[in-house]
Design a protein around this ligand. Structure first.
Ligand SMILES: [Mg+2]
Length: 388
């Protein structure tokens, strides 16, 4: 092990990006997007990762994950992933904890491919130069004019599929849900597939009735028609409806992926929630083994290298909120043309993204945390005593 390969610093910050107006889907309303960024240093190299998650992830990284990796060889992201995952046993390995692991793991893969002087997609064996995306947004909070404008922008970008939110107000506005879908179908006129996402807002019986109407309208994808906790319900809907039933955005562990693959027609994996690049590739491999298609959820820039290196990934989500954030967060955010996302700097090392000056987005009550070997006299200060 060379000194250059040792993880010697972890810097983590919490950011918040305001949306231009409050936004809603079927079951939540929000006015900002939280991001936690991680920069890991090993000698001269810096790796960058991030997750769309609560500032609470900062404390998990500072107090639980960073002590596990400081002083460790950075050349094996998989080994560091195992250390972090084991350290979260009592904390729980899903939700915010896995989002924290995800940001760290993404940074370690960026770091590793930079050290090897290759683009990250090439490290995994790139199959293609671009990946299909589907336009995603269509919030229930939009008026008809705003929805039309967004659909037009996706069609102009060449998207062959697009997705809008339904299930408004926990399934209490069924007429408006279906009117909005019909409006988009009429506007698209067969030029793109239309997908919908209820974010778990319907009961099983509501979802069955809505799904039958969606089939008549020609909708191709019904995402989270019922709660993702209701795997039997998802399975029943998948069997009964023509449109594909999709879910998976909350998958954290590979065992979650296994269960979800039994219930849905397409499994959605989110690299910022299912363990970063290490976890995502494991879950995708399982889905491939059982012949369930995979689609990337959110975080378009982060899914790009994965989908370039895995030609079986069907598409990835070009989610309007995250597209807006990534333009402000990083240099090198990918471009979409003809419905395909590609890198603007394909020869760049790592994933190719560099953190911009994001100080104006810092969450006021969560200070940037920097922990590292340089800051302490002994590495042992970061580690709990080991029983021998
Ligand atoms: Mg969704």
């Amino acid at each position: 092990m060379t000194h250059a390969a040792v993880v010697d610093e972890v810097e983590v910050r919490a950011l918040s990006f305001a949306t231009s107006a409050p936004e809603s889907d079927g079951t939540l309303t929000w006015d900002h997007t939280n991001v936690v960024t991680v920069e890991v240093r090993a000698g001269p190299e810096v790796g960058l990762g991030w997750s769309y998650t609560s500032p609470a992830a900062v404390e998990i990284i500072r107090s639980v994950l960073a002590p596990e990796v400081l002083g460790e060889d950075s050349s094996s992201p998989g080994r560091l992933w195992e250390r972090m995952h084991r350290a979260c046993r009592n904390l729980g390995t899903r939700g915010v904890a896995m989002a924290a692991i995800s940001a760290m793991d993404i940074a370690f893969w960026d770091l590793r491919s930079k050290a090897l002087r290759v683009p990250l997609a090439d490290l995994w064996g790139a199959h293609r130069d671009s990946v299909p995306v589907y336009g995603s947004g269509g919030f229930t909070s939009m008026d008809d004019g705003q929805l039309d404008e967004q659909v037009e922008a996706w069609l102009s970008a060449g998207c062959s599929a697009l997705k809008l939110k339904i299930g408004e107000n926990w399934g209490r506005n069924l007429t408006r849900d279906l009117d909005r879908v019909a409006r988009v179908m009429a506007r698209v006129r067969g030029d793109a597939q239309v997908m919908v996402d209820a974010n778990g807002g319907y009961s099983r019986s509501q979802a069955m009735h809505v799904g039958q109407d969606l089939d008549l309208l020609g909708v191709t994808w019904f995402e989270e028609p019922v709660s993702s906790e209701d795997l039997p319900g998802l399975g029943q809907l998948s069997d009964a409806l023509n449109c594909e039933v999709a879910a998976g955005e909350y998958i954290a562990e590979i065992s979650d992926a296994r269960s979800m693959c039994e219930a849905v027609d397409c499994v959605q994996l989110d690299v910022t929630r299912c363990g970063g690049y290490t976890g995502w590739r494991r879950c995708a491999a399982y889905a491939h083994a059982v012949h369930v298609p995979v689609s990337g959820h959110g975080a378009p820039a982060l899914h790009l290298p994965l989908a370039l290196a895995d030609h079986t990934v069907r598409h990835t989500e070009w989610f309007s909120d995250h597209v807006t954030v990534e333009e402000q967060l990083i240099e090198g955010a990918p471009a979409v043309r003809n419905g395909q996302m590609s890198s603007v700097r394909p020869a760049a090392l790592g994933h190719g993204y560099r953190l911009k000056d994001v100080s104006r987005f810092a969450v006021d009550d969560v200070s940037t945390q920097r922990v590292g070997m340089r800051a302490v006299t002994s590495l042992d200060a970061h580690r709990p005593p080991r029983l021998t």
